[in-house]
Write a new protein. Structure first.
Length: 199
């Protein structure tokens, strides 16, 4: 029995691994100062014009190496009126979204296919459980929305459902059969998904 626990316990760990030092350094780096722990890319958002297209600013272990091993990352989501952040999931992290300005409809689908959706006003928070498919929609046509999302991993991962299905090499006939439609419909969907923004 203990052997089985030893085999499966690493598989149950879905969050960042614990580190044995105060922080992780990138390869070939042995000395850092306070600038290593400072992320300045968000300065561009201060006083910025309202967004004209869906865009994101990520602070994860790739863009901000000090986060490696700290089990946290952040994203700023900027959406013009009517924009949708398409259904997607983060396989390695729960997401906690804080709506800073504007209005959003948000929702996620659980493993029983139940939709949990909510309308948010500025100041509201919403949690998307780890790994579940979710979306954000700015339903106000003339009001931009800005939200900040915190993740329980320095590398939350991203699986964008539209691009994951329709921008890969899955055969059209397999998608057509799966969606109970025809191949020309699948090809039209693929053409419309090309170049779509991803969360």
């Amino acid at each position: 029995m203990l052997n089985l626990l030893a085999i499966f316990s690493p598989m149950a760990m879905a969050s960042d691994a614990d580190i044995l030092t105060d922080f992780n350094l990138p390869p070939n780096v042995s000395n850092v100062d306070a600038t290593f722990f400072t992320f300045t890319a968000a300065r561009s958002l201060v006083g910025a014009q309202p967004p004209t297209a869906l865009n994101f600013l990520f602070a994860d272990k790739t863009s901000f190496p000090a986060l490696d091993g700290q089990s946290v990352s952040l994203a700023v989501l900027r959406m013009p009126g009517g924009a949708v952040n398409p259904p997607h999931s983060h396989p390695r992290a729960t997401e906690l979204l804080l709506l800073i300005s504007g209005y959003l409809e948000v929702g996620f689908i659980d493993s029983t296919n139940k939709l949990f959706n909510q309308t948010l006003n500025a100041g509201d928070m919403y949690v998307f459980p780890k790994g579940l498919v979710h979306y954000q929609f700015n339903y106000a046509p003339d009001v931009p929305a800005i939200a900040v999302s915190a993740f329980g991993s320095a590398n939350p991962g991203l699986v964008s459902i539209p691009s994951n299905l329709f921008q890969t090499d899955i055969e059209d006939r397999i998608l057509a059969w799966s969606f109970k439609t025809d191949i020309p419909t699948i090809q039209r969907i693929k053409a419309s998904v090309q170049g779509s923004p991803q969360a």
